[in-house]
Ligand binder design. Sequence first.
Ligand code: AOS
Ligand code: ZN
Ligand code: ZN
Length: 388
Amino acid sequence: MNSFTSITPMLERQAIELPSWAFGNSGTRFRVFGTPGTPRTPQEKIADAAQVHKHTGLAPTVALHIPWDKVDDYAALRSFANEHGVDLGTINSNTFQDEEYKFGSLAASDPAVRRRAIDHHRECIEIMHQTGSRDLKIWLADGTNYPGQDDIRRRQDNLADSLVAIYAELGDEQRLVLEYKFFEPAFYHTDVPDWGTSYVQVSALGEKALVCLDTGHHAPGTNIEFIVAQLLRLGKLGSFDFNSRFYADDDLIVGAADPFQLFRIMAEVIRGGGMDADSPVAFMLDQCHNVEAKIPGQIRSVLNVQEMTARALLIDRDALELAQFEKDVLGANAVYMDAFYTDVRPALSEWRASRGLPADPMEAFATSGYQEGIAAQRVGGTQAGWGA
Ligand code: AOS
Ligand code: ZN
Ligand code: ZN
């Protein structure tokens, strides 16, 4: 097994982008539970996200959601983020909350609706010029609830045409990442339901269009690490939306439901070059913290990714390849499992301390007084969250 010392250069490079919406109030369709100190503005969300980076060194950028994080001056918002030690990252579009999008957006049969959705993405790209963002993330709730409701084939052509119009607006250094999801809120068919559809659509656009893989967006039992291996092999894995699920798109803390799956995903990321210095793959959380404290929830999340990444980096690839070559099934599996069963937390704590970071980020935040401070200070105002 590789030594911990040998993997620290890769760990040093790890960066996990935080979603602004993780810090706002969010919830399921049943209820949104508010918590004291919840941000009321994009600036307060960014200040909270900066606490995660301060205590872990793992989260240097914050993704925005438009219009939830709409401000008059995005350059000023970027300066605010920089003053807090972080930068702005992915711009996430939103065509899933307006009345006009009841029957879809970029895939809708109504050309006027498609034009509105395309214009929204043009606005997002304009914002990207001001925030310095590389990625435009497109997730569509588009789909139908009943067989026959709409022409599912024509919707693919509508989507393709809409994406061409958006792609043409991208700057030279900008990318479009198209996220898929197998169901919800549409229940009969979703217009971008799987990695294959996203791959087909982005491949038709060009090299600046790639797939976004949300780990909560697959049917139970899906071998997600196979999709990771395939998209890396095809050069079309643009980004992850990390979270974990027990049943659907639960948006729970990544690794909480199945740390072994996260380990296997990171093992394929590493095998496929996704952690190399020149890797185009972006790693982001897409989570909501409905019953747990939000900032600690995000700290726990990035630590979970770091821990499973470290374990996956411990895999002795030479020993694994030899065992595979020799058809030593149990030997090969043992190489894999030896790495997975290695508790890397003590080594990570020491490593953090050696870099001037808290050995225990959760404890450091809990005793920092920050949570108590915002709970006392942020009284009144609209507590940001879904649709805020
Ligand atoms: C929706 O299920 C997708 O995961 C989106 O990436 C994300 O949750 C949304 O854009 C933010 O609410
Ligand atoms: Zn997502
Ligand atoms: Zn999702």
